[in-house]
Ligand binder design. Structure first.
Ligand code: ADP
Ligand code: MG
Length: 257
């Protein structure tokens, strides 16, 4: 069976804005909707891998091998507890990848090459979500060069929009050079507190300036969302009726839209 998955990088060069949380829970929500999803953990911290319940000692083949050895995506996927949700794990090996990539000629094309060489069309996936590290380094560039689109989690706080313009410039630059099909999937507001004036103001500014690029769905700050990873589960199975779970399901519906 030949099916080209849609590849989405989840990226924002700021740390702690909800990238990994969005990768895990959007991935789970898409799987709940019947889609087959591979989450690629491209952060050496391995938070997505931990958050989906894969112990460090069990991470045999990782995204490091995908980038820098001849392993294909199919060789490194691990089936999570959520049906149809697969994980390509990472560990601290990946922290040396940036330097090693620097030394290779195709330094920004290694992930795209890996997808092509062992053709991902044969894996029967609907979506590939790439959880990016918190910087615009070579790992992130590899993700964007291999992707169809970039989804940006934005935490509603004072400097949020400032970092965003830098990210959007990078996306444009990559579209003009290495990957002409790259587009902006959208911006999703995360850890939103509707009683907080600053949050509401950032939302207003974002919707006014970026209009259709901002998802209607807003992810609320919800303690169940932050508890779930320590149980190695998405909030969708940890507490299916929590506000966080409901929001991520709604984001999945919008994305499939
Ligand atoms: P990033 O991957 O961008 O560094 P994370 O997804 O790891 O960010 O989130 C940073 C922290 O915020 C984590 O401790 C996470 O559990 C918490 N968090 C993320 N989203 C929410 C939310 N909607 N409600 C409450 N806590 C959240
Ligand atoms: Mg992260």
């Amino acid at each position: 069976m030949q099916k080209r998955p849609k590849i989405i990088s989840i990226s924002n060069q700021k740390g702690g804005v909800g990238k990994t949380t969005t990768a895990i829970n959007l991935g789970a929500a898409l799987a709940f909707k019947g889609k087959t999803v591979a989450l690629i953990d491209l952060d050496p911290q391995g938070n997505a891998s931990t958050g989906l319940g894969l112990e460090k000692s069990e991470r045999k083949a990782t995204t490091y091998d995908l980038l820098l050895s001849d392993q294909g995506l199919g060789d490194i996927l691990w089936q999570t507890d959520v049906p149809r949700l697969w994980l390509a794990p990472s560990n601290t090996d990946l922290s040396s990848a940036d330097l090693q990539l620097m030394a290779t000629e195709r330094r920004t094309f290694m992930l795209a090459d890996a997808f092509r060489q062992q053709s991902i069309e044969n894996l029967d996936l609907d979506y590939i979500l790439v959880d990016c590290p918190p910087s615009l380094n070579l790992l992130t560039l590899n993700a964007m060069v291999a992707s169809d689109s970039v989804l940006v989690p934005l935490q509603a706080e004072f400097f949020a929009l400032e970092g965003l313009s830098q990210l959007m410039l990078s996306v444009r630059e990559i579209r003009q050079t290495a990957n002409t099909r790259l587009r902006l999937e959208g911006i999703v507001l995360t850890m939103f507190d509707k009683r907080n004036n600053l949050c509401r103001q950032v939302e207003l500014d974002a919707r006014e300036n970026l209009q259709d690029l901002v998802f209607d769905t807003v992810i609320p700050r919800n303690v169940r969302v932050s508890e779930a990873p320590s149980f190695g589960r998405p909030v969708l199975t940890y507490d299916p009726f929590s506000r966080g779970a409901v929001a991520y399901k709604s984001l999945a519906v919008e994305l499939i839209g």
